[in-house]
Design a protein around this ligand. Sequence first.
Ligand code: PLP
Length: 424
Amino acid sequence: MKLPGAPHVAYRGHELFIEGCALNALARQFGTPLYVYSRSAMLESLAGYQRALAGRDHLICYAMKANSNLAVLQTFAQAGCGFDIVSGGELERVLAAGGDPSRVVFSGVGKTAAEMCQALATGVSCFNVESESELTLLSEVAQGMGRQARISLRVNPDVDPKTHPYISTGLKGNKFGVAHDRAAEIYRHAAALPGLEVVGIDCHIGSQITEIGPYLDALDRVLDLVEAVEAQGIKLHHLDLGGGLGITYTDEQPPEAETLVRSLLARIDARSHGHRKILFEPGRSLVGNAGVLLASVIYLKPGAEKNFCIVDAAMNDLMRPAMYQAWMGMAACTLRDTPPVLMDVVGPVCESGDWLGRDRSLAVQPGDAIAVLSAGAYGMSMASNYNSRGRAAEVMVSGNEAWLIRERETPAELFRGERLLPTR
Ligand SMILES: *Cc1c(COP(=O)(O)O)cnc(C)c1O
């Protein structure tokens, strides 16, 4: 049986494996809910970008909000990646994982003065600035520290990435970036500010993009701007084309990263911009298909209208279905001979929106483990403690070895830091 989008997850006999590890054995050893990642899948996804960019001045900045476990960051740092961060907390994670701050770009619409200070002191490579007010504040903060902040403007190319509205970011009505038609003027302003050094330009048009067309449109719009800005005597050394490449959850057929990058580089060369340093900020496409979320069946609850399969993982562990109505593949960790039943797979959280999959055909019994596929991106990194549920444990697999890379959160850890009122 072929499983969608999970290159290292496959049945061997009646049991589901990730690389050389049986998922049932991992569920028994570490408990559920449990995130399990294939290290090989992560490195192979990265290798596609690396092959396409080999021989050019480039930097791949893993957009770590997709999955920010320290061992994941360490894996990418050791493979030569930089990081795209969106908060001071993410910067601390990069440092804790042994990442190099001089390979970090700092994105996000709401950077605070404290975060700017922290990033300048650490020596990040570039601030991807998203507004004029941010330019002003960053210049002041940098000047106050006797420094210059290297900046790039995130421009909003106003192209439709044809993805879910919550994850499209490059349209005029989005909160991200500066408007394309004002960018040249804002670059002039930036170049005049004493605390700033203009070094590049960036865009990021959305997430889970499955076509090359929107990328090429955005690139053309960005290159038009580069030419307009450089005509004013402002040098843009690097082009940062963001992230957003989609993965296969069900039947999507996104281009391979290597194909996408080669197409973009061909256009860059054709328009005589091939001398520039090229940056990408992939998140989902590096980790999404590398991970599964393991859940155990607690109850089967047949009903007149619907059958429910109640599992021990919930919306707090994996938000994507509840938040984006996302469809995630599902596979039983043990193949049974009993006929499959159509069921909604739901968690224990007290919300009707707490479902992981609807109308799934599964042959399972209480106690069985189910793998939610392609859960490596925006899974654990979006997890919460809603319903006072401790966050899941995480395991990294390589071949037939498995390492615990995050302990399961205990109830006591959940209210550490809370205080009772004084009693009279
Ligand atoms: C989230 C984000 C990315 C990564 O997006 P993916 O869809 O996960 O590849 C890249 N750049 C910026 C600025 C982002 O906010």
